[in-house]
Design a protein around this ligand. Structure first.
Ligand code: GLA
Length: 398
């Protein structure tokens, strides 16, 4: 009786639920922007080594994601095969290799006969494929929606079928829904058994879509969709704002399409800050084997990662949104608050924020999470922002 009462009083995220999946937003590296359909076990092993060698694994990145292009069709019994040329040792060997190093393996399929890049999809083979994924040791399935009917009910049914098959597989496998926010998956994704859902079409390596561009999502375009979805996020259910693009610098490939000519390091850092504030998954997509210092310090900012991984699991609320300024507020498990301030404009600008406008009264010890410095005790903050810069502060009640 006492124990029940005690548990009932605990906030939900503190109750460790057996088998709970994606209790904090997943972190890792995803192959699509770098390798497209040329994904292969050699590059993936090297990427895993780089994830460990760079300190990223220790900082919390754990998933190595094989996106589209790994499939080698089906055998005569309908079993899904990995391409034997790209994966000569097979998927199980790769999963074992990663697991032995404390990492996890993510894999990709599609809720239709074919994937986006035209490989074998899982429609009609959900149970068979889920059993195969479990036997291989897969930890996460990114489940796409190319070549599938438009209607929301069909999407729900197809995602529910794969979620049920994964549950029945006997292995804990996270399900990431990827229908690009077209059917408002934040309204039904958790209900059908997904732990994450992409909120937009694919990110391109750019800050924002220009007025003359008809397609291609930049950082700001995705931010402006994802920022409104805070009510739907929480432990085990996250709005997926797609991959981090830090370090791509206009590389040709999927991220270079749709006007993806590259961003500045300030912009890459802004994406990282804002994605962490929004409790979005953090999937790097650059070449981890060849990172410059700027990319490394962006992806390895442990104080910002701590915001993304905060156990309270609250997506930041956008409290101020003007043509020039965005201010996000994220409550944290220990009672601190994170505040991120973005200069959306193309000019350097001053800004002054009274914390009381965010509902935070009194004075706070302020820590700048990019300077890694305690910068004062005050009831507000005043400073100057570079174009597209995001400053992130952690506030502790004085
Ligand atoms: C879709 C997804 C991308 C990627 C490709 C692979 O476009 O949204 O993230 O998985 O398919 O073909």
């Amino acid at each position: 009786m006492r124990l029940t009462l005690f548990c009932a009083l605990l906030p939900v995220p503190l109750l460790a639920q057996p088998g709970a999946l994606a209790v904090t937003p997943p972190m890792g590296w995803m192959s699509w922007n770098l390798l497209a359909a040329n994904v292969n076990e050699k590059d993936l092993r090297e990427m895993a080594d780089a994830m460990i060698g760079s300190g990223m694994a220790q900082a919390g990145y754990s998933y190595v994601f094989i996106d589209d292009g790994w499939q080698g069709g089906r055998d005569s019994l309908g079993n899904l095969l990995a391409d034997p040329v790209k994966f000569p040792s097979g998927m199980k060997a790769l999963a074992d290799h990663l697991h032995a190093r404390g990492l996890k393996l993510g894999l990709y399929s599609d809720a239709a006969p074919l994937t986006c890049a035209g490989f074998a999809g899982s429609l009609g083979f959900e149970e068979k494929d889920a059993r195969m994924f479990a036997a291989w040791g897969i930890d996460y399935l990114k489940y796409d929606y190319c070549h599938a009917p438009e209607h929301t009910d069909t999407a729900r049914a197809r995602y529910a079928a794969m979620a049920a098959a994964l549950r029945a597989s006997g292995r804990d496998i996270v399900l990431g829904i990827c229908e690009w926010g077209q059917r408002q998956p934040w309204l039904w994704g958790a209900q059908v058994g997904g732990q994450l859902w992409r909120s937009t079409y694919d990110i391109r390596d750019k800050w924002a879509r220009r007025p003359d561009e008809t397609w291609g999502e930049g950082i700001l375009d995705i931010l402006d969709v994802n920022a409104g979805l805070d009510a739907y996020a929480g432990p085990g259910r996250w709005n997926d704002a797609d991959m981090l693009i830090a370090g791509l610098y206009g590389k040709p490939g999927p991220s270079g399409d749709g006007g993806g000519t590259g961003c500045t390091d300030v912009e890459y850092r802004s994406q990282f800050s804002l994605w962490a504030m929004m409790s979005a998954p953090l999937y790097a997509s650059n070449d981890l084997r060849h990172m410059n210092e700027a990319t490394r310090t962006t992806l390895l900012n442990g104080e910002v990662i701590a915001l993304a991984q905060d156990p309270l699991g609250k997506q930041a609320v956008r409290m101020v949104h003007t043509e020039t300024w965005d201010v996000f507020l994220k409550p944290l498990a220990n009672g601190d608050h994170a505040v991120a301030i973005l200069n959306r404009s193309d000019e350097e600008r001053p800004y002054e924020l009274e914390f009381s406008t965010l509902g935070l009264s009194g004075t706070y010890a302020i820590r700048d999470l990019w300077l890694h410095a305690d910068v004062g005790v005050a009831s507000g903050w005043k400073g100057s922002w570079q174009p597209h810069e995001t400053k992130v502060f952690r506030l502790k009640k004085d």
